[in-house]
Design a protein around this ligand. Structure first.
Ligand code: HAM
Length: 430
C-alpha cells in the first residue's frame, strides 16, 4: 500500500526544491524578464545561452573544489559515455568556457554578455527562497580591468530593481584582494584565529586550512563572537587593490548608488579577486542575498585562456519574485482573451472558428469553443476568462452576413459586416 502511494507521489509531485511556473503565474516571470533584457541591452550586453550541463572538471577548476557548492551541492553523474557531467551550479564558469571555446577574446574587448532564466542546480536544504533548481539572470563582462565595470554592473542592477519598483536597496561591497595581497592577509587572519579556532564550529575549522577568508561568512553566533576583532581584508589591500576599491566607491557615489562597505562579504565561490558585492533581501531572511557578484580577473587564465580581467553578477529570479510579492509590486495578470466568439449551435462552430482566426490575424486575443458547449455555457466561460467582448455567431445576423459583438461590461451590442468585422472589432479594443 505504502509503496503504491509513494509511486503515485513520485509521479505527481515535482522533486523537492523545484517549482513549476504555472500558466497563471508565468506573466510575472515575463514581466521581470522583459526589464532584464531591456537593462542588459541598454548597457551593451548581448545574450549568451550555454548548456544546462558541462563537464564536471569545469566547475572543480572554475568554482573551486573547496567551496560548499562543489563539495556538497553539485548534481553530478556519469553519462552513458562514462564522462562526469554536472548540471550548472552557477552561470559564470559556463560563460567563461563559451568565451574561450569560441575565442571571443580575439574580438574587440570588452565582450559583454548576459544570460537570462538560466536554470541553476544546487543540492541545498530547500526552504522559502532556497531551491534546488533556481533561475538566474547574470551579466558578465570580459576584458575590462577598470572599476568602471563593477560600477556599470551595479548601476544596471539598480536600474533593473528600481524599474521593478523595489525600494530601499543598498548594495554591500567589499574587496577581497588579489594573489598579491590575499595570502599575506590569510596569514594574519590565521594568526588571529590561532587559539580561538578550537571554540569555533567544525565548518570554520575545516575552512581554516583551505580557505580561511570564508570563515568570515560563518553565521554561527559563537563564531561571529570570536571573529569580532578579526583583521579585515580591506585594511590589508595592496596599493593596486586599494586604489581600485576607492575608485569604485567614487563611481558609485557619483552615480547616486547607496552602498555599504561590508568587510564580511566574502562570497561562496573561489574565483573572485578585488571587488565582491551582494544585495541583501529586504524581506529579512537572514543570510539570503538577492544578488551576488564581483570581479574575477584570474578565471579566464585559470581555465586555459589568455589573461583577461572580468566581472559579473548573478541574480536569482525566484528571489526577485519573492521581493516583488512581499512589497506588493507584482503587476495584474493580463487577460487571456479579449474577444470570445460564441456559436449559436454546432452548425455555427466552423464560422465561429474562422472568425476567431481572422481576429487573431488582426492582432486580437480571441478564442472560441473547443468543448462543444451550449451557448449558456459558452457565455459562462467568457465571463470566467474576463473576455471584454463576446461575438455571437449565428441566427439572423449570420443570415444577413453580419456578426453581433457584445460589450460584456456595458452589455451594449454592435453589428459588423462579416467582411470587415475582424478589423472593426480590433478597433473597438484600441
Ligand atoms: P551566487 O551568489 O551563488 O553567485 O548566486 C547568485 C544569486 O542566485 C543569489 O544572490 C540568489 O539570488 C540566487 N540563488 C543562489 N542560490 C539559490 C538557491 N538555492 N535558490 C534560489 N536562489 C538562489 C553566483 O552564482 C555567481 N555565478 C554570480 C556571479 C556572476 N559572479 C560573477 N558573475
Amino acid at each position: 500500500m505504502a509503496g503504491n502511494k509513494g509511486g503515485v507521489t513520485m509521479l505527481t509531485q515535482a522533486p523537492r526544491g523545484t517549482k513549476d511556473v504555472l500558466p497563471t503565474d508565468s506573466y510575472r516571470w515575463q514581466h521581470v524578464e522583459a526589464l532584464m533584457r531591456k537593462t542588459a541591452a541598454e548597457a551593451g550586453f548581448r545574450e549568451v545561452r550555454t548548456p544546462v550541463f558541462e563537464h564536471t572538471e569545469l566547475f572543480l577548476r572554475g568554482v573551486g573544489d573547496t567551496t560548499d557548492i562543489v563539495q556538497k551541492e553539485m548534481y553530478t553523474f556519469k553519462d552513458k559515455g562514462d564522462r562526469s557531467i554536472t548540471l550548472k551550479p552557477e552561470g559564470t564558469a559556463g560563460a567563461v568556457r563559451a568565451f574561450l571555446e569560441s575565442s571571443l577574446y580575439a574580438d574587440a574587448l570588452p565582450c559583454k554578455m548576459y544570460y537570462l532564466n538560466a536554470p541553476i542546480f544546487r543540492y541545498e536544504a530547500p526552504q522559502n527562497g532556497r531551491l534546488r533548481e533556481h533561475h538566474q539572470f547574470g551579466m558578465e563582462c570580459f576584458g575590462g580591468k577598470e572599476p568602471t565595470v563593477e560600477a556599470e554592473l551595479i548601476c544596471a542592477l539598480f536600474e533593473l530593481l528600481g524599474g521593478l519598483g523595489l525600494k530601499n536597496l543598498s548594495v554591500h561591497i567589499n574587496s577581497i584582494g588579489c594573489p598579491e595581497c590575499r595570502p599575506k592577509y590569510h596569514q594574519k587572519l590565521k594568526e588571529y584565529l590561532g587559539e580561538r579556532l578550537s571554540d569555533m564550529c567544525p565548518t570554520c575549522q575545516e575552512r581554516f586550512a583551505k580557505n580561511p577568508l570564508r570563515i568570515l561568512d560563518c553565521k554561527e553566533e559563537k563564531c561571529k563572537q570570536e571573529l569580532k576583532d578579526a583583521p579585515v581584508m580591506l585594511d590589508n589591500l595592496c596599493d593596486e587593490c586599494r586604489e581600485h576599491f576607492e575608485k569604485l566607491k567614487e563611481y558609485l557615489t557619483e552615480a547616486g548608488i547607496k552602498f555599504v562597505v561590508d568587510p564580511r562579504i566574502v562570497r561562496g565561490l573561489d574565483y573572485y579577486t578585488k571587488t565582491v558585492f551582494e544585495i541583501i533581501m529586504q524581506s529579512g531572511r537572514e543570510g539570503l542575498a538577492l544578488c551576488g557578484g564581483g570581479r574575477y580577473d584570474r578565471l579566464v587564465e585559470e581555465l586555459g585562456g589568455p589573461a583577461t580581467p572580468a566581472a559579473g553578477f548573478g541574480i536569482g529570479i525566484e528571489r526577485i519574485l519573492i521581493e516583488l510579492t512581499t512589497q506588493g509590486l507584482l503587476p495584474e495578470a493580463p487577460g487571456i482573451t479579449d474577444v470570445y466568439v460564441a456559436n449559436l449551435g454546432a452548425d455555427m462552430a466552423v464560422p465561429a472558428f474562422t472568425f476567431t482566426q481572422a481576429l487573431r490575424k488582426a492582432g486580437v486575443k480571441a478564442d472560441c469553443d473547443v468543448c462543444g458547449r451550449s451557448l449558456k455555457a459558452q457565455f459562462k466561460f467568457a465571463d470566467k476568462v474576463n473576455a471584454k467582448y463576446v461575438a455571437i455567431m449565428g441566427g439572423d445576423e449570420y443570415a444577413r452576413g453580419t456578426v453581433k459583438i457584445r460589450n460584456m461590461q456595458t452589455r451594449e451590442e454592435v453589428e459588423f459586416s462579416l467582411d470587415t468585422a475582424a478589423e472593426e472589432t480590433a478597433n473597438l479594443l484600441k
